[in-house]
Design a binder for this molecule. Structure first.
Ligand code: FMN
Ligand code: SF4
Length: 478
């Protein structure tokens, strides 16, 4: 395993700064945390229509692979959402991915939204709100959305991969065994899917959610539209065609569900898929040809970034009246080191090809560039968990200097959801609960188990799945 210094060993601001300098990355941080009314993270943010959120922390969507096979939440789902409510963050971005139709589920235990589940999805939100109210006194400043998805290329509605693709991808098709003859989704199927998204948004409003996230990230269908340059017809080729699905869903929601806000979580940059190379260290998958045309926000080399189209997308969102944007990158399935920087790879990953701090800095820099391009959009940043002890210092710096409006907490929200409250109150961090990016929360579902923080959350440590995970992990390492 590459020998990157562990964050916990970078104990002083000088040591952390020296490591950043060594890596030649521009990752600003504040050595001192400001608390009280002047704390940057405790500043309010008012949306255009007047709703005010009273701090700058956000819980990112985190699914648990723990719904019922017909798409209802279980007690495990409820526990996670309750903890999101107890976090102290005032923005709950989507809760977790919820499929709009059965063939779009990423796993047989993903939540679904339909007439049968809408009551339970309303209850999930109520559980979160009740916990938040009890802990923090009010929910008048709490904004909760629901993430709507179709998993496209990564759909596994019954367990096995049953991909629904928009175009044949030369590297992803072979990496995931997609039949070269598999028909792509037709324009008519897409038009019907637009209707499903709109119907799902209507149900989300009925269930009390303030906004829906029309998910465009992580290699799932919404994201695949953005890179469908080789697809002929209405939904491929030009930027206008590749964003048609988004525009049609937004138009449909606007005309049928007035009063519901819309957000978009987008993978704003991407690179080629990575694979384990020598010593299982990740390396780029080679591709034939001189120009790689399959990465939205990536350049033609397949490894560099080009944010010109993501900037155009931000302009489009603003034109569509969408204020809520959550920036992420890449995909957990084919380049996890850029999507969720970690020291320890999940079972289907590879050893990190760069110090994970580089991955954190990349997401922060991309978000900052997009924010500078469209200061009028509310932008949430992702991928802060690897910062561990230094998360509050970087988060404060990012918000104080306007590089993002909200700092999102993903994996950290599993073992230590109330890190948000501790940061806001200036309470010393509980080091025993800091996510160390062991990736068990990703490895477990890859092996058919429910997700959770098995190493650090006592509740999951006691569950029988922990034993199974401990048994299979040495094999995985070999
Ligand atoms: C177990 C797990 C579940 C996740 N579920 C979702 C999800 O449902 N929707 C989504 O957009 N991202 C999901 N993500 C990605 C996170 O929201 C986040 O982008 C990523 O973990 C990086 O942020 P972090 O460094 O704070 O963890 C998930 C990540 C993990 C590890
Ligand atoms: S299992 Fe726990 S410590 Fe490991 S990455 Fe997930 S949240 Fe972090």
């Amino acid at each position: 395993m590459p020998d990157y210094p562990r964050i916990a060993t970078l104990r002083t601001a000088e040591a952390f700064a020296a490591r950043l300098q060594q890596l030649e990355i521009d990752l600003g941080f504040d050595a001192e945390i400001i608390t009280g009314p002047d704390a940057p993270l405790a500043q309010s943010y008012t949306l255009e229509h007047g709703f005010t959120l009273s701090n700058r922390l956000c819980v990112l969507p985190m699914e648990g692979w723990d719904g019922t096979t017909d798409g209802h939440p279980t007690e495990l789902t409820q526990r996670r959402w309750k903890r999101f409510g107890l976090s102290g963050a005032k923005l709950i971005w989507g809760g977790e991915a919820v499929a709009v139709q059965p063939d779009g589920r990423a796993n047989p235990n993903q939540l679904m939204i339909n007439a049968a589940t809408v009551g339970d999805l309303a209850h999930l939100r109520e559980i979160l709100i009740a916990a938040h109210r009890e802990q923090f006194g009010t929910t008048d400043d709490l904004l909760i959305g629901l993430q709507l998805t179709h998993s496209g290329r990564f759909a596994r509605p019954t367990g096995a991969l049953e991909p629904r693709i928009l175009y044949h991808h030369p590297l992803l098709d072979s990496k995931f065994g997609v039949d070269p003859e598999l028909p792509v989704m037709s324009d008519d199927e897409i038009a019907r899917l637009v209707e499903r998204f709109v119907a799902a948004a209507k149900l989300a409003k009925q269930a009390g959610y303030a906004f829906v996230d029309v998910k465009h990230c992580h290699g799932y269908l919404g994201h695949e539209f953005l890179s469908a340059r080789t697809r002929p017809g209405r939904y491929g080729g030009s930027f206008e065609n590749r964003t048609r699905f988004l525009r049609e869903v937004v138009d449909g929601i606007r005309s049928t569900v007035p009063g519901l806000d819309i957000g978009v979580r987008v993978s704003a940059f991407d690179i080629v898929p990575f694979q384990p190379g020598e010593g299982a260290v990740g390396e780029p998958t080679p591709f034939q040809g001189t120009s790689y045309d399959y990465a939205f926000g990536g350049d033609s080399s397949g490894l560099g970034l080009d944010l010109s189209e993501p900037c155009d997308l931000m302009d489009l969102l603003a034109d569509l009246g969408i204020e809520l944007v959550c920036i992420t990158g890449g995909s957990p399935y084919y380049n996890p080191h850029i999507q969720r920087p970690a020291l320890f790879p999940p079972s289907d990953g590879y050893q990190p090809p760069e110090d994970p701090l580089v991955g954190v800095a990349r997401q922060i820099a991309v978000t900052a560039q997009l924010k500078a391009h469209r200061p009028d959009l509310l932008m949430v940043g992702s991928a802060y968990s690897y910062l561990q002890e230094w998360l509050p210092n970087v988060a404060q710096h990012v918000v104080r200097t306007g590089k993002a409006d909200f700092v999102g907490l993903g994996r950290m929200a599993l073992p230590y959801p109330d890190m948000a409250a501790d940061m806001l109150q200036g309470t010393p961090l509980d080091r025993r609960r800091i996510c160390r990016t062991f990736s068990d929360c990703t490895t477990a579902p890859r092996k058919g188990l429910v997700s959770g923080c098995y190493p650090l959350d006592e509740f999951y440590r006691q569950r029988p799945e922990k034993e199974t995970l401990d048994e299979i992990k040495p094999d995985l390492r070999r």
